[in-house]
Design a protein around this ligand. Structure first.
Ligand SMILES: [Zn+2]
Length: 81
């Protein structure tokens, strides 16, 4: 799951976890179908290889606060998977 930004026509923008590549989810406040705002996912940092997205997502959930610092370490581990 990745934290995306969505926009509800009634409630405005909100952040929500969704499946990778999800385009629409129900608004958590009113249930209306909301479209994903086309911004870079929060965890998708510059230079991220898409192949790492799943592992990166799990890792980021555990280490969100130190994500920016720890990302260099993740890259060092390379393509173990
Ligand atoms: Zn809404």
């Amino acid at each position: 799951m990745i934290l995306y930004e969505f926009k509800c026509a009634k409630c405005g923008n909100f952040d929500a976890f969704a499946q990778m590549g999800a385009e629409h989810i129900a608004c958590p406040q009113c249930g209306a179908k909301s479209s994903r705002v086309l911004t870079v996912p929060r965890f998708h940092l510059d230079g991220t290889d898409p192949a790492y997205s799943t592992a990166w997502d799990q890792w980021a959930n555990d280490h969100e606060r130190s994500a920016a610092r720890g990302w260099a370490k993740v890259k060092e581990h390379g393509s173990e998977r």
